[in-house]
Design a protein around this ligand. Structure first.
Ligand SMILES: [Zn+2]
Length: 283
């Protein structure tokens, strides 16, 4: 199957800017509409679908994102890979503002977010390595070649938001050894795994969190966001053509052996909603 890449644009990245022949696709899902219309276009011989995570005008806050609809919509458009662009705070001295980080681990501090497609049946996917190692490696390789200050691994702690952390929380995350802090990688990464998509995050540092700073300076964060967007676009445009056709990572078969529910107990309505995800395992 041809490689199709979904991009979820984070704060600051509302338009990929490099798609040829862009057209808008409005996609509905069993979980409602995604954050916005999805722009589908080409980058060389790759098909790309771009979704601005927070919708038009950055209207949807992290805790209100319909991540199930976002991930499902990209899957429905044929995406095999999803790259998530994300602005993060740094929890470590050597991860400086404007640095690029490709995290390899996640720590979940969200609550009450819908984080599975499998509410009415049981499936347990593996999640010990929450990001696709191959896709992450491609992003890190491009960042290195292009000379960006970057970090090819790190732990991303995902907080609930929309408020920033307290100082006590920020200091605790540092003690735990976490590297960057953001509000959006979860539940996206969980849902991408359930949808058997290769998922990687391209994070850019906007600031040191409140462990170091007197207070989070929103104006400076927004200023650094703008500076980071050029780097994110450049890395995406160079990484996407390098994604190979063959997927020999585990993401592509995450649901193999993971479905516990007796298929006879999966009714026609649920089967229809989930066919895109589990249909091939129920035949
Ligand atoms: Zn993968």
């Amino acid at each position: 199957m041809a490689v199709k890449v979904g991009i979820i644009g984070g704060s600051g990245l509302y338009d990929p800017g490099f798609l040829e022949g862009p057209r808008a696709a409005k996609v509905n899902t069993p979980w409602g509409f995604p954050s916005d219309k999805i722009t589908v276009g080409r980058l060389g011989d790759r098909e790309v679908a771009f979704l601005p995570r927070h919708g038009a005008g950055h209207k949807i806050p992290p805790h209100r994102l319909n991540s199930r609809a976002n991930i499902y919509a990209l899957k429905r458009l044929g995406a095999t890979h999803v790259i998530s662009a994300s602005a993060v705070g740094s929890l470590q001295e050597d991860l400086r503002p404007l640095d690029v980080v490709i995290p390899d681990q996640l720590y979940d501090r969200t609550r009450g977010r819908d984080s599975t497609f499998f509410d009415e049946m049981t499936a347990h996917v593996k999640f010990s390595a929450p990001f696709c190692p191959h896709l992450s490696g491609i992003l890190a390789g491009v960042a290195r070649e292009k000379g960006y200050r970057h970090h090819p691994r790190g732990t991303y702690v995902c907080i609930q938001g929309p408020q920033f952390s307290t100082r006590a929380e920020s200091q605790e995350y540092r003690r735990a050894g976490f590297d960057v802090i953001g509000m959006t990688a979860l539940p996206e990464a969980r849902l991408a795994r359930e949808a058997e998509l290769c998922y990687a995050t391209l994070a850019t540092v906007t600031d040191y969190d409140v462990w170091k700073e007197e207070e989070v300076d929103v104006a400076r964060i927004l200023d650094n966001l703008k500076k980071n967007v050029a780097a994110v676009r450049d890395i995406l445009a160079n990484a996407i053509p390098r994604i190979p056709e063959a997927r020999d990572c585990e993401c592509a078969r995450a649901l193999e052996g993971a479905i516990v529910t007796d298929p006879k107990r999966i009714g026609p309505g649920l089967r229809k909603d989930l066919d895109l995800l589990i249909g091939k395992y129920l035949k």
